[in-house]
Design a protein around this ligand. Structure first.
Ligand SMILES: Nc1ncnc2c1ncn2[C@@H]1O[C@H](COP(=O)(O)OP(=O)(O)OP(=O)(O)O)[C@@H](O)[C@H]1O
Length: 239
């Protein structure tokens, strides 16, 4: 038996706009992601990747179909439930979104303290351990402005993973990085995902990092057109 899926999506549709302007953006998406899996999502601009990612992250309400996070249904979920789910997910964006007036350690520590009741001493120890895991043990007291792009992104990874979330969503995490830094960043994500059993869903246009994926799924015009694992074309009934 496989473990419970972290994400289970069935017959998901999504629309933007209302009335005559209503436009369908996602069509009958079916996708499951399991613990420890690294799934890369590719596809042309406008194909619906960010929309799907934001639905999975509980940042947008599900309109039609089913989307479960660890068995909890997001369709029809209350705002409170969505907030709870958002707290169990790590996010990494193209722009690292670090707070510039906090040091690397303080940026990570804030994520720890927002998520659990923990003494300051333990929060500091946990944050420093995570920064060591991403190779920044000599940069814990640096401010983001004094770190390179790759280093900043590594702080963002430490922040996303410090609470050991079951799922990390990453939107173009290497877009602003040179080849070597991009490579380093995804290899760190890969190693930590393996160590912690974290599932990672990573949206990218960066062909240089496709080989770190266990699976590659491809969006095309709002359809999940290819899945390297199951090699199905969407539009199965989801049964
Ligand atoms: N808030 C919105 N309101 C109306 N239409 C939107 C909104 N957000 C996105 N769209 C449209 O939905 C479609 C899918 O957009 P989405 O951002 O999900 O695609 P994407 O694959 O992530 O693109 P990119 O690779 O450029 O980020 C596009 O046609 C876009 O114009």
């Amino acid at each position: 038996m496989r473990q419970e899926a972290v994400i289970a999506i069935k017959n998901l549709n999504h629309y933007y706009g209302k009335g005559a302007l209503k436009r369908q953006i996602l069509f009958d998406i079916n996708l499951e992601i399991y613990p420890g899996e690294i799934v890369i999502m590719t596809g042309p601009s406008g194909s619906g990747k960010t929309t799907l990612l934001s639905l999975i992250g509980g940042l947008r309400s599900v309109q039609e179909g089913s989307l479960q996070f660890l068995g909890v249904e997001l369709a029809g979920a209350s705002q409170n439930k969505l907030v709870q789910i958002r707290r169990s997910i790590g996010y990494i964006f193209q722009a690292h979104n670090l707070l510039n007036f906090l040091t690397a350690r303080q940026n990570v520590q804030m994520a720890v303290e927002l998520n659990e009741h923990i003494s300051q001493k333990d929060a500091i120890a946990k944050s420093e351990a995570m920064l060591t895991a991403v190779g920044l043990e000599n940069r814990v007291d640096y401010y983001p402005d004094n770190l390179s792009g790759g280093q900043k992104q590594r702080v963002a990874i430490a922040r996303a993973l410090v609470n050991n979330p079951p799922l990390v969503l990453a939107d173009e995490p290497t877009a602003a990085l040179d080849k070597q830094s991009g490579r380093d960043v995804v290899e760190i994500m890969q190693r930590l995902a393996r160590d912690q059993g974290t599932a990672i869903l990573l949206v990218t246009h960066d062909n240089r990092i496709l080989d770190i994926a266990d699976r590659i799924v491809e969006m095309e015009d709002g359809i999940l057109a290819r899945d390297s694992q199951t090699a199905i074309v969407s539009y199965d009934s989801g049964a």
